[in-house]
Write a protein that binds this ligand. Structure first.
Ligand SMILES: *Cc1c(COP(=O)(O)O)cnc(C)c1O
Length: 238
């Protein structure tokens, strides 16, 4: 077995055990293997180990990589999306986790309508109200939700967050829990289901699962650290 296949197996095992610990139904959590910065050949190893769902955060990089993998691979977009790239994103990705404004949502809705598909999205929440990060503030989401849910060609799968980086996985628990609480509140408010919770990354996916994640985004725990050449900054995780 290749190292990547072994890592994939280990992560899957840890996911299953987190699901068990939290008394959830088996199989309720999907794994997005985050392939940003890694070449298609390495992604192919993970594909050959049987995995099918991958995530990218930059459109240009993804557009070059995706055609180099078999078409059975499924792709989710997890990075900041500019409106002028919405059309391309809808072509390449089956889901967009990072819809961070009503403007972007409305734009995706319009383009999805034009091309005759439904855009599956998660609404990115900036619960900690960090200046440096995109996403809906909680109050904004409560206010704009009816409009968002009314967009005909948009299917809102749920909420997504990138919590502030903290020392220990345990320290991230409160922010995962608060995303779930917000989701429950918004479901109540809108009367429509928001089943998805996209939360948890390499260092904290188990805690995220314990707090209700339905889809986790894991990169470095599978591929190793994304360090780059000396003198360059490490790629952003956000
Ligand atoms: C890079 C990235 C991840 C994966 O991060 P790891 O710590 O490598 O698992 C998850 N989500 C988003 C939005 C990312 O940009």
């Amino acid at each position: 077995m290749s190292d990547l296949a072994a890592n994939l197996r280990e992560i899957s095992g840890r996911m299953e055990r987190a699901v068990e610990r939290s008394g959830r139904e088996p199989g309720g959590v999907e794994l997005v293997v985050v392939t940003k910065t890694w070449p298609a050949e390495l992604v192919r190893e993970v594909f050959e180990a049987g995995h099918r769902l991958f995530g990218e955060n930059k459109l240009q990089e993804a557009a070059a990589k995706i055609p180099r993998l078999p078409s059975e691979a499924r792709w989710h977009f997890i990075g900041h999306l500019q409106r002028n790239k919405a059309r391309k994103a809808l072509e390449l990705f089956e889901s967009i986790h990072s819809v961070d404004s009503l403007r972007l949502a409305a734009h995706l809705d319009r383009i999805a309508g034009e091309v005759g598909l439904t855009a599956r999205v998660y609404l990115q929440v900036n619960a900690a109200e960090e200046e440096s990060k995109g996403g809906f503030r909680k109050a904004e989401l409560r206010e704009e939700l009816p409009t968002l849910m009314g967009l005909e060609h948009l299917q809102v799968e749920g909420l997504m967050s990138i919590p502030p980086r903290v020392e220990s996985p345990e320290a991230a628990r409160a922010s995962f829990r608060s995303l779930r609480v917000l989701r429950d509140e918004l479901q109540e408010l809108s009367g429509s289901a928001l089943p998805g919770l996209s939360m948890g990354m390499s260092h904290d996916f188990e805690v995220a699962i314990e707090e209700g994640a339905t889809i986790v985004r894991v990169g470095s725990a599978i591929f190793g650290p994304r360090h780059v050449q000396p003198g360059r900054l490490a790629p952003e995780t956000g």
